[in-house]
Design a binder for this molecule. Structure first.
Ligand SMILES: Nc1ncnc2c1ncn2[C@@H]1O[C@H](COP(=O)(O)OP(=O)(O)OP(=O)(O)O)[C@@H](O)[C@H]1O
Ligand SMILES: [Mg+2]
Length: 261
C-alpha cells in the first residue's frame, strides 16, 4: 500500500520543500519507490531537483486544468525521473490560477486525490510539497493524504504556529473529506547551534502537542549547506552525503518508514 504524506504548514519558509526533497531522497536511498509532487505554484521543489518550472511541460497544472475543464487529467504523463532516485511531478507558476478555477469544480477538494489514485499504486511513498497557505490547493493535498508532516522552525513561539494547520486537519476529518487523516509528525527545522535553545523549544513543542502527536527525535540544524544544495539543484544527500543535514534527514526517513502502516 502506498503512503501519501503531505508536507504542510501555512507559514512560509519553514523548510517544507527542503524536507520534502530530502525525505524523498532518503527514502529512495533506502530502496523505497518514491514520488514527490510539487504542489506549490512557486515550483521550488521542481527547481530543487534541477528542473525549470517555467519551461517544463506537462506539469501538475495540466492535469488539474483538464479536470477543472470537465475532462480527465493525466498525471502519469507528468511524471519525470530525477537524479535522486525518486520520481517528480513538477509544478509551474500557472498552478496559482487553478486555485480560483477549482472553486467552481465539482468535488473541488478531491481533485488531487482522484489524480493520485491513478498512479500511487506504483510507489511506496508519495510526498506532496504544499504552498504556504491553507487554501484550496492545501485542502486538496490534505484530502488526498494519509498523513501530514509539519515542519516548524526551532525558535521561541514557533510552537504556536502549528495550531492553525492542526485545526485545519481537524476540520478535514470532521467534514468527512478525509476522516482518517493523521499527523505524521512535527519536525523541528533550522535549529541553531545553541543546544539549550533547541532543547527549550523541543520541550515547549512536546508540552503543547506531545500528547498524541509524534515529534521527531531528529532535529534539522541550520546550515548553509541546504541553500547551497538547493542552488545546485540536488538534495542534501547528494550535495553533502556525509554531513549532519543528510544524516538528520536519513533519521527522519527511518522514523517514517518504521511507522509505516
Ligand atoms: N535547516 C536549514 N538550515 C538553513 N537553511 C535552510 C534549512 N532548511 C531550509 N533552508 C533554506 O531556507 C529557505 C526556505 O526553505 P524551504 O524553501 O524549504 O521552506 P518552505 O517552507 O518550503 O518555504 P515556502 O513556504 O516558501 O514554500 C530556503 O532557502 C532553504 O534552502
Ligand atoms: Mg516550499
Amino acid at each position: 500500500m502506498p503512503k501519501i504524506i503531505a508536507v504542510a504548514m501555512q507559514k512560509g519558509g519553514v523548510g517544507k520543500t527542503t524536507t520534502a526533497v530530502n525525505v524523498a531522497a532518503a527514502l529512495a536511498e533506502m530502496g523505497r519507490r518514491v514520488l514527490a509532487v510539487d504542489f506549490d505554484p512557486q515550483g521550488n521543489l521542481t527547481q530543487h531537483v534541477g528542473f525549470d518550472p517555467d519551461r517544463i511541460s506537462p506539469t501538475i497544472y495540466d492535469a488539474l486544468k483538464a479536470e477543472v475543464d470537465g475532462g480527465r487529467g493525466d498525471l502519469r504523463g507528468a511524471i519525470y525521473e530525477t537524479n535522486e532516485g525518486f520520481h517528480l511531478v513538477p509544478s509551474q507558476p500557472e498552478l496559482s490560477l487553478i486555485e480560483v478555477a477549482l472553486i467552481n469544480t465539482l468535488s473541488r477538494e478531491r481533485v488531487l486525490a482522484g489524480l493520485l489514485g491513478d498512479v500511487s499504486a506504483d510507489y511506496d511513498y508519495v510526498l506532496i510539497d504544499c504552498n504556504p497557505s491553507l487554501g484550496l490547493l492545501v485542502i486538496n493535498a490534505l484530502t488526498a493524504a494519509d498523513s501530514v508532516l509539519i515542519p516548524i522552525q526551532t525558535e521561541y513561539l514557533a510552537a504556536r504556529g502549528a495550531l492553525m494547520i492542526l485545526s485545519t486537519i481537524e476540520t478535514i476529518r470532521r467534514k468527512r473529506l478525509n476522516p482518517n487523516l493523521r499527523v505524521e509528525g512535527i519536525l523541528l527545522t533550522m535549529a541553531d547551534t545553541r543546544a539549550a535553545l533547541t532543547r527549550d523549544v523541543q520541550t515547549a513543542v512536546e508540552q503543547q502537542y506531545g500528547d498524541g502527536i509524534h515529534i521527531y527525535n531528529a532535529v534539522i540544524r541550520r546550515s548553509v549547506r541546504f541553500a547551497e544544495s538547493a542552488a545546485a539543484g540536488r538534495s542534501i544527500l547528494a550535495h553533502d552525503p556525509r554531513g549532519p543535514g543528510a544524516n538528520a534527514y536519513r533519521a527522519v526517513a527511518k522514523e517514517i518508514d518504521k511507522g509505516k502502516n
